[in-house]
Design a protein around this ligand. Structure first.
Ligand SMILES: [Fe+2]
Ligand SMILES: [Fe+2]
Length: 449
């Protein structure tokens, strides 16, 4: 995208022979290419003119990228219902992605200030540009997603009391007592001693806002991985002035980038197929395509920082290594810790929210079921083995292999993280069914009481 300031020369950080290090050249090239691209502008335009009715008669991705794909509900669905399930798949995934990108917006700025303070100007500028791009992505995902879900389920479906209650229950004790945050911060500050000249200005400003220690936890990939008080604690560490830890955030961001690629690459391929055929290209398909291209710059940057740039600095201390490992370990339990029966690109267990969307959908005029009929079909789709589980397991396996390949070259990681051992051992179809039976029982209790 074009920005008001023309990019300067890439930073000249050299190796022993006086040559610019390869990864700094790559950062400079990525920054220039990203500055000259117009993908974000295309997304903005598609968002501005979006009308659900103009896109409602077309598939937005291949049919296997549909909510409930392979389940008994999908098998029995009419062509119009299948189309709606395809659109709701887009909504559900991009809702999660926009939550994750909201987290990225904060953490890009927290860490960019550390890079700026140590003289890594091009990285800081690239991150500022990425942040601006994420704002546009988030706006497009939310607007298109919301217009779609309202057209298909209606406003009432979204605002129901079950959803709010279950949302509140997921928040639980996540509100952090200020004293706890500041004690953790105090300990961390001691352990990060000597890095305070690089302390992130953005983080300083955030902390000065009264509500920082009481921030409502987010629900994207980071929020699902670092629960409760750890979200703010990690934010403090990533921006606390340690160049190693600022780089370490990008190992976690890489998980988000790869998760996104796992979903979006097939949509980008679908875009090309439709474009080649000369048929109508639905706006959400085009948004995914341009987002895929924008994100390829972001992925390169995560890759370079997480795999190479951290080696520019002194070796991590035991504390820094521990935190780096803890972040990846927790993401294997959190955002990557399960499987969904109804969303083939989601890698944590199904919760009330997704059950409620399906419950509301089945009672909407599109499916016209009674409450008890909806519950019966939901049981068959969430709690009994079907084709959709196998598709999700295959997607999960692909992501696991991609992450294993990436982390194999990150030398501070313990084998449990380098080999993604927890992710590999979790998310089996049997475990998912057992888990869904329990969640479904609690959900039925909420519905019938
Ligand atoms: Fe994005
Ligand atoms: Fe991004």
């Amino acid at each position: 995208m074009k920005t008001s300031s023309t990019p300067k020369e890439p930073i000249s950080l050299t190796n022993g022979n006086g040559e610019v290090k390869k990864h700094h050249k790559l950062i400079g090239t990525t920054y220039r290419n990203n500055s000259n691209s117009d993908y974000t502008e295309n997304i903005e335009e598609l968002c501005r003119s979006f009308k659900y009715s103009e896109n409602s008669n077309h598939y937005w991705s291949e049919p296997h990228q549909s909510l409930l794909y392979g389940s008994p509900i999908y098998e029995g669905a009419s062509p119009a219902q299948k189309l709606a399930l395809n659109h709701l798949h887009w909504f559900a995934n991009y809702n999660y992605i926009s939550n994750s990108e909201t987290e990225t917006v904060v953490l890009n700025q927290v860490t960019a200030d550390v890079f700026d303070a140590i003289g890594y100007e091009t990285v800081a500028k690239e991150l500022a540009m990425e942040t601006e791009q994420e704002h546009h992505h988030i706006k497009a995902f939310r607007k298109i997603g919301l217009m779609t879900v309202i057209a298909l389920i209606g406003k009432e479906g979204l605002n129901s009391s079950y959803q709010w209650n279950s949302y509140k229950s997921t928040l639980g004790t996540n509100f952090i007592p200020t004293s706890k945050y500041y004690s953790l911060r105090f300990v961390a500050k001691g352990l990060l001693n000597g890095t305070k000249q690089h302390y992130s200005q953005y983080l300083k400003d955030l902390e000065q806002k009264d509500d920082f220690a009481f921030r409502v936890p987010t629900t994207g990939i980071i929020g699902r991985s670092l629960k409760h008080d750890l979200q703010n604690f990690f934010t403090f560490n990533w921006g606390g002035g340690s160049p190693f830890l600022a780089c370490q955030f990008y190992a976690l961001r890489m998980i988000a980038n790869m998760h996104l690629k796992n979903l979006e690459h097939p949509i980008a391929k679908y875009f090309k197929k439709v474009e080649k055929s000369g048929e109508f290209i639905p706006a959400p398909t085009a948004v995914s395509h341009y987002h895929f291209l924008d994100e390829s710059f972001h992925t390169t940057i995560s890759h370079v920082i997480a795999q190479d740039m951290y080696k520019d600095f002194s070796k991590p201390t035991a504390y820094e290594k521990y935190l780096g490992n803890l972040a990846i370990y927790m993401s294997q339990h959190g955002a990557l810790g399960g499987l969904s029966a109804v969303l083939p690109h989601r890698y944590f267990n199904d919760d009330y929210l997704v059950m409620e969307i399906v419950y509301r959908l089945l009672q909407s005029p599109l499916f016209g079921m009674s409450s008890s009929e909806a519950m019966e079909w939901m049981y068959k789709s969430f709690c009994c083995e079907h084709e959709g589980f196998h598709l999700a397991a295959k997607n999960r396996q692909r992501l696991t292999s991609d992450l294993q390949r990436f982390f194999a070259d990150v030398d501070y990681l313990l084998p449990v993280n380098r080999e993604m051992r927890i992710m590999s051992s979790r998310g089996s179809i049997d475990d998912t069914i057992q888990n869904n039976i329990k969640t479904f029982k609690r959900f039925s209790h909420l519905v019938t009481n």
